[in-house]
Design a protein around this ligand. Structure first.
Ligand code: S3P
Length: 178
């Protein structure tokens, strides 16, 4: 890790269904940090749902909103940031997060992701005719970005609570190195 980084926040990246929200809330509780979710921020700023933004304005418009939120996050301290699954695919977003946060990726296999998201309907990217194929394609495309995280935690093999404990542990470890 470069010494010019100021690790005051913890950012969770990873695919849809990796557990960022649940793990993030638990970690915020444990560390006594604030909790923020980039999708929630976009929804509260625009007063619209993610699906509505995707449907009426398109994905590029959503990605622009996402990037604006990422820039705002540089002013945060003691915050757990749960990010939308596609956010780190933009290298500028990942680079920005790394200036102030330890970036932890929650990793999940396409099979596990499908198991977790199949009954949900709020993710526009998975509402097409073959969501399993879409998961595999997006995961393959995003894997290089996810793997640039400081820490990778496999969520396939652990209950969510254990993942959260691991995340908190990794954050404390990163703090103690400084
Ligand atoms: C997306 C993931 C979603 C949300 C949007 C697009 C993606 O967030 O940002 O539907 O591109 O993977 P979650 O990862 O929190 O579901």
């Amino acid at each position: 890790m470069h010494n010019d980084r100021r690790i005051v926040n913890l950012a969770l990246i990873g695919f849809m269904g990796a557990g960022k929200t649940t793990v993030g809330r638990f970690a915020a509780d444990q560390l006594n940090f604030d909790y923020l979710d980039t999708d929630e921020m976009i929804q509260s700023r625009t007063g619209r749902s993610i699906t509505d933004i995707f449907t009426h304005d398109g994905e590029p418009a959503f990605r622009q909103l996402e990037q604006r939120i990422v820039e705002e996050l540089t002013a945060r301290e003691r915050t757990i940031i749960a990010t939308g699954g596609g956010l780190p695919a933009n290298p500028a977003n990942l680079a920005s997060l790394k200036t102030h946060a330890l970036v932890i990726c929650l990793w999940a296999s396409p099979e596990k992701i499908w198991e977790r998201v199949r009954s949900q309907t709020h993710r526009p990217l998975l509402q097409g005719p073959d969501p399993q194929k879409k998961i595999r394609e997006l995961l393959t495309a995003r894997e290089p970005a996810y793997k640039q995280a400081d820490v990778l935690v496999n969520t396939d093999i652990r209950p969510v609570r254990e993942v959260a404990i691991q995340v908190v542990h990794q954050f404390k470890l990163a703090q103690s190195w400084r």
